[in-house]
Write a protein that binds this ligand. Structure first.
Ligand SMILES: *[C@@H]1O[C@H](CO)[C@@H](O)[C@H](O)[C@H]1NC(C)=O
Ligand SMILES: *[C@@H]1O[C@H](CO)[C@@H](O)[C@H](O)[C@H]1NC(C)=O
Ligand SMILES: *[C@@H]1O[C@H](CO)[C@@H](O)[C@H](O)[C@H]1NC(C)=O
Length: 861
């Protein structure tokens, strides 16, 4: 097929480079991950920096590892060299204005293990076990006989065939009876090791797809006393049909191991692991993530994000690696899987748990990113599987850790039935075949896909039979397309209590046609909110159909005062909707207390199936600056953002019993209903054109002051149908913008004079991007014509931006280092800010437009 041909060269190239170049010793050396311009030799750059060239960074194109001869905590070779270059350029030292080898460094990240958040396994031990009950036992015996299963604990493996709670299993035996048992499928267990010497795994072990990233040897053998989790997960998927323990779901499939959880791992090594042998490893089963303590809000770093995009674009000959993630066990801590950047990635299938009675186990989290659930521990039993040891079984495997691998195993069966399924076909099939769980929850009909969705159970439980049957005749969905809204600048205080702050954006049919989006799959919302107690916040997203996603829910343990910093929430609840109409974000601060905050801005991204497959390109690699273009979209485009406090009737519809079990914070009291504020928007539908306001620089825009909104507008000013406070803000901003523009003009004239006098009119920073190759957003965001506001042309280097570059540079250069107006490559500290939730830096170095990633050039055919 087309896709496969396109990636054939990648396939061939990848074979020799799947090995990690050499063992890394993080105790003895510092390591740097770098992304370089394609034209440059990595050895030249490392030599210039006085670093050793270690080799390529896994499967990421133009990414490499450099090594410093010793360790120097707190010292960053590359950053220091870059700063030195910048300083010399600022001082205009002779020779330093020329293109420089460091300009080819698009991204540099020192690998600092101590800065990593820990990855934790997602196992849970059940309290006790029920004694077995005989009823449908004979049928189980007959099935085993038919299939030639003599494994001693097969009858205990209730998730495969449940003869106690009949029907509470994954309905797989009929699939096996067709001879579909995982042949030719390979699942990689990304975990704490895999006992390849177990008699129950040896025959299915795939050594060439395995590696130990913690101890940097070929075999990901369990080496620590508690390295058992990965082996148990592997057993669920690929335990051999023999006389040892039980069977895996894909018992004729292959299983490999990537050992990453037994020590802290660098971002670079984790990125390599996520693409390891990605032509042979088809499915990556990941039963881990950031801590489920209800406090963590952590996302994978940029290298890992790139590896996942690389995986879905290039893995499996372009059909895409399939990443399966356990949703997390933090429900009792109010944790929510949308605060975990792995499970809420659109590239991962997030799997929650139900127990053997079909009940919700206390640990399994809810969130709008949850696609599906399957069986795990609870109601006195757990998953029975293989353990570490030659002939050892385990009957206590639990938590969402045990659920994820079950779905990964079912996917292995689907790929045997239809190896041409793409990563998105797998998600479609999962949505379409999921069986509603017969439990009360916030089940809401998604008319688009004709299935009910619940934040607790996703679209329901995975049914192996239904998945494989539908997979057989499935027609591939067309390539992925996307639509990005501009940033909605709300900049408004959040009222406390039950009422929320709403902000809307109208998506028109034209916008989606232009973006080549036919129907939705994932929806993401990236937000910035300042708040002194993050756990008090909750966020809902209402689609044009009225479907509500609870993007964020209150987390009583989360006392962080950092708010949301460019955090991206995800929802699968809008699957197959058209996306056309008004999307509304409702931000609430339900706890009436001394902690308050401001809704800064947000942006909607709609991901889905393309209209025209042939014109659809692949998404560019993510960069650290994808969400830096806040300032591009000026004042809240009039008519696209309305700031209002909804009336009671505006309370979210559809999910009255959404969080019945959540502990209520005692501070939510009767005062909450009366405290809520001012005016209600009675607006007529606002105009939909989002470009009516000129393009000022909103760094000059003040926060609106909602309290004194009074009658401050004289008649002739249009109100745009928004609240007074919004009017105050719009006009306040406009006035300030005007002042700003006048100031800018004055300054510009002064600068031109000065410049003429200094005779440096030709000054520019073109060399930041020496070869003019600019399809990667790491480069000099402030300089490359960001103000053009074009979809992709905005990044082009042209004469005009050059001129402007010099001006911008002059504007900010004379003073301190803090006001760096440009980036040479990128700043490793940006990443820290993202990962650790510090404030976003202000300043001119943040403006990078990526509203509509490149659509030209690459063709999928
Ligand atoms: C399980 O699979 C069988 C085919 O073996 C199918 O007929 C049946 O409907 C499925 N059972 C359930 C409970 O869905
Ligand atoms: C497995 O793959 C090979 C080559 O890709 C193919 O020839 C063979 O038929 C496949 N086997 C099964 C059982 O699908
Ligand atoms: C599915 O495919 C099988 C064989 O590949 C074919 O016999 C059957 O008619 C197809 N079913 C549908 C509904 O297309």
């Amino acid at each position: 097929m087309k896709l496969e041909l396109a990636w054939l060269p990648a396939l061939l190239l990848s074979i020799p480079s799947t090995c990690v170049a050499r063992a890394r010793d993080y105790d003895a050396h510092d390591y740097y991950a770098v992304h370089l311009s394609p034209s440059i030799q990595p050895q030249d750059v490392s030599e210039h920096l006085g670093l050793d060239y270690e080799g390529p960074l896994g499967q990421l194109e133009d990414h490499y590892i450099f090594r410093a001869s010793d360790r120097q905590q707190g010292y960053d070779h590359i950053r220091t060299s870059q700063e030195d270059l910048r300083r010399r350029r600022r001082k205009r030292e002779a020779g330093w204005e020329e293109p420089h080898i460091l300009d080819s460094v698009l991204l540099a990240q020192k690998q600092e293990l101590e800065k990593r958040f820990p990855l934790v396994k997602r196992g849970i031990l059940p309290a006790r076990q029920d004694p077995p009950v005989d009823s449908a036992v004979q049928k189980g015996i007959d099935i085993a006989k038919t299939l030639g299963i003599a494994d001693p604990i097969f009858q205990e493996q209730w998730h495969l065939y449940n003869h106690v709670q009949v029907g509470h299993d994954i309905n797989v035996t009929g699939v096996w009876e067709q001879g579909i048992t995982g042949k030719n499928s390979t699942v990689c267990i990304v975990d704490d090791g895999l006992d390849m010497d177990s008699d129950d795994l040896r025959a299915n072990y795939f050594a060439a797809g395995s590696y130990d990233f913690n101890d940097q040897v070929e075999d990901p053998r369990p080496r620590l006393s508690d390295d058992k989790h990965g082996t148990r997960c592997a057993g669920e998927i690929a335990a051999v049909r023999n006389d040892v323990c039980g069977v895996g779901i894909a018992y004729d499939g292959k299983v490999s191991g990537a050992r990453i959880l037994s020590k802290l791992i660098s971002d670079a090594d984790e990125a390599v692991a996520m693409n390891y042998a990605f032509q042979e490893n088809q499915i990556y089963s990941c039963s881990w993530g950031p801590p489920d303590d209800g406090q963590a809000m952590e996302a994978p770093g940029i290298l890992i994000k790139r590896a996942m995009v690389n995986g879905i674009q290039k893995g499996r000959a372009g059909l895409g690696s399939i990443y399966v993630f356990a949703i997390g066990n933090g429900a009792a801590n109010d944790d929510n899987c949308n605060f975990d950047g792995y499970t809420n990635s659109i590239y991962s299938v997030s799997v929650g748990a139900i127990d053997r009675k079909g009940l919700h186990p206390y640990y399994s989290e809810k969130c709008s990113a949850q696609l599906v659930v399957t069986y795990s521990s609870g109601s006195g039993d757990a998953i029975h599987t293989t353990d570490v040891g030659a002939n050892k079984c385990y009957n206590n495997h639990g938590g969402t850790s045990a659920a994820g691998p079950i779905v990964a195993g079912i996917y292995a069966l689907m790929l045997e039935a239809n190896p041409a399924l793409t990563w998105r076909d797998i998600q479609w099939l999962t949505v379409l075949t999921a069986v509603k769980v017969d439990q009360p929850s916030d089940w809401t009909m998604n008319e688009g896909v004709g299935k009910e969705f619940s934040h607790q159970f996703g679209y329901g439980k995975a049914d192996a039979w239904a998945l494989v049957e539908m997979a057989k005749n499935w027609t591939n969905v067309k390539p992925q397309a996307w639509f990005y809204s501009p940033w909605m600048h709300v900049k408004h205080e959040i009222p406390q209590g039950d009422k929320g702050l709403t902000s809307s954006f109208d998506v028109t049919a034209e916008m989606l046609t232009k973006a080549n989006v036919e129907r939705l799959e994932h929806v993401t919302v990236t937000m910035n909110v300042e708040h002194t107690r993050r756990g008090d916040l909750s966020v809902e997203l209402r689609s044009p159909t009225g479907m509500v996603s609870h993007l964020a829910t209150n987390r009583r343990n989360d006392a962080a005062n950092s708010g949301y910093v460019d955090w991206t929430f995800m929802s699968v609840a809008h699957w197959a909707e058209s996306g056309i109409g008004t999307w509304t974000v409702i931000l609430k601060d339900t706890n009436v207390n001394e902690h308050s905050g401001t809704f800064t801005d947000w942006r909607l991204k709609l991901w889905g199936e393309s209209i025209d497959a042939d014109s659809q390109s692949l998404l560019p690699m993510p960069t650290e600056h994808d969400d830096d273009d806040h300032d591009e979209v000026h004042v809240p485009a009039v008519g696209t953002t309305s700031v209002a406090v909804p009336t009671e009737t505006g309370a979210p519809a559809g999910n009255p019993n959404d969080h019945p079990h959540r502990p209520v914070n005692s501070k939510v009291s009767a005062t909450a209903t009366t405290s809520a504020t001012q005016s209600t928007s009675t607006a007529e539908p606002p105009p939909t054109d989002d470009d009516k306001v000129p393009d000022p620089d909103t760094t000059a825009t003040p926060t609106p002051s909602p309290t004194d909104a009074g009658n401050f507008l004289p008649r002739p000013f249009p109100t745009f149908g928004v609240t007074k406070s919004t009017q105050a803000w719009i006009y306040g901003s406009s006035a300030l913008i005007l002042i700003f523009l006048v100031a800018l003009g004055t300054w510009y004239i002064r600068m031109r004079r000065k410049r003429r006098w200094m005779n440096r009119d030709d000054y520019s920073f073109e060399m930041v991007n020496p070869d003019g190759h600019d399809d990667d957003g790491d480069q000099a965001p402030a300089l490359n014509g960001h103000a053009n506001g074009q979809a992709n042309g905005g990044r082009a280097n042209g004469g005009k931006p050059k001129q402007r570059a010099g001006q911008l540079y002059d504007a900010f250069a004379p003073d301190s280092d803090e006001d760096e107006p440009f980036h040479v490559g990128s700043d490793p500290e940006d990443d820290d800010d993202h990962e650790h939730g510090h404030g976003r830096q202000a300043g001119a170095d943040q403006r990078y437009r990526d509203d509509e990633p490149l659509r030209e050039g690459k063709d999928v055919s």
